[in-house]
Design a protein around this ligand. Structure first.
Ligand SMILES: *Cc1c(COP(=O)(O)O)cnc(C)c1O
Length: 323
């Protein structure tokens, strides 16, 4: 499967220049008109598999602003397949923009309560889904399965393809946001020795990502060449939260670089980048690739971030800080 190369955009930041670190943003948010970012990669082999095996209905799981279900609904529509979204929580009275898009694309949505949601990975629940939807192909939440991982390895290969054109080729660091860790695992599988892959976790609490990523690599018999670790310093009050500090950072970043960020994943990875630059965690001469994993449709869950980028009244009241 050959995928288009997205822009590799240099971040012209005074801080990066002062530290003599080159920062390049791989704009996977631009990879596809509707299947933005890493979700395209996680879905491609899953959809191919379902088609090849004559399964007409794609079923998966997610929250009210799920980037994964959004990409699935639109992909299903374009591929002429049925889609079903099992949604955590009841949004019937108050459909989110994401769910409205999903329905408009033909996705059948089913709202489940906490107890049912907790059963989503059990075989009993899967059997009941197969009984309800004939010829169904069930994709786990976030596209986190072996075929999803196979797809994210393509994303890892894209980094190498991107770098071929750049003298001297190669990078020292790759920064990527993690949810399930599938995308990070695909990158780790493909990066050569000498590269450090840093996964920024938006989740508070125990680290389950390191074990999850290791398991995927072991299952696929991959011994990574690069070094990798999960960085948990940038979860900022936890998953989905938007503390003032992060909101301020998003406004600064978008205005300065004209690259939109989502508050759940990509804002935290950029926040990590700038914090690490300030703290001299990179060496002069390093080349850092930051993966923009997309997710911008989910930003509609944060109305205060949807105001025009340059609303000057707002900007005046914001202290941009040291960056
Ligand atoms: C889903 C998502 C992630 C997390 O990807 P995983 O493969 O689950 O780790 C990161 N960034 C964005 C924008 C996403 O939508």
């Amino acid at each position: 499967m050959m995928l288009p190369l997205v822009p590799l955009q240099q971040l012209r930041s005074a801080l990066a220049e002062q530290k003599r670190v080159q920062v390049l943003v791989q704009r996977e948010d631009l990879v596809h008109r509707t299947r933005s970012g890493n979700k395209l990669y996680k879905l491609c082999f899953n959809i191919q598999y379902a088609k090849q095996h004559g399964m007409q209905t794609l079923v998966s799981f997610g929250g009210g602003y799920s980037n994964h279900l959004h990409a699935l609904a639109l992909a299903g529509q374009e591929e002429g397949m049925n889609t079903v979204g099992i949604i955590r929580g009841d949004y019937r009275a108050n459909l989110t923009a994401t769910l409205r898009d999903c329905q408009a694309a033909g996705m059948q949505v089913r709202f489940v309560d906490r107890q049912q949601w907790a059963l989503r990975n059990t075989s009993e629940y899967c059997l009941s889904l197969h009984a309800d939807f004939s010829n169904a192909y069930i994709i786990p939440e976030g596209g986190d399965n072996a075929l999803g991982f196979r797809g994210t390895r393509l994303l890892g290969q894209q980094i190498g393809r991107q770098l071929q054109g750049l003298p001297p080729s190669g990078c020292t660091h790759v920064l990527v946001a993690c949810g399930t860790g599938t995308t990070m695992a695909g990158i780790v599988a493909e990066m050569p020795a000498g590269v450090a892959v840093l996964g920024v976790s938006p989740l508070k609490g125990d680290d389950k990502l390191t074990a999850a990523i290791s398991a995927k690599l072991v299952q696929a018999s991959i011994e990574p060449q690069c070094s990798w670790k999960i960085d948990r310093r940038f979860c900022l009050e936890g998953y989905g939260r938007l503390p003032n500090e992060l909101e301020r950072f998003i406004r600064f970043f978008e205005r300065k670089f004209m690259i939109p960020l989502d508050p759940v994943y990509t804002a935290k990875v950029m926040f990590a980048l700038f914090t690490m630059l300030e703290a001299d965690e990179f060496q002069p001469g390093d080349r850092v690739i930051v993966i923009h994993t997309g997710g911008l449709q989910g930003k509609r869950g944060y109305p205060k971030l949807m105001s025009p980028l340059h609303s000057s009244a707002r900007l005046k009241s914001i202290n941009i800080g040291a960056f």
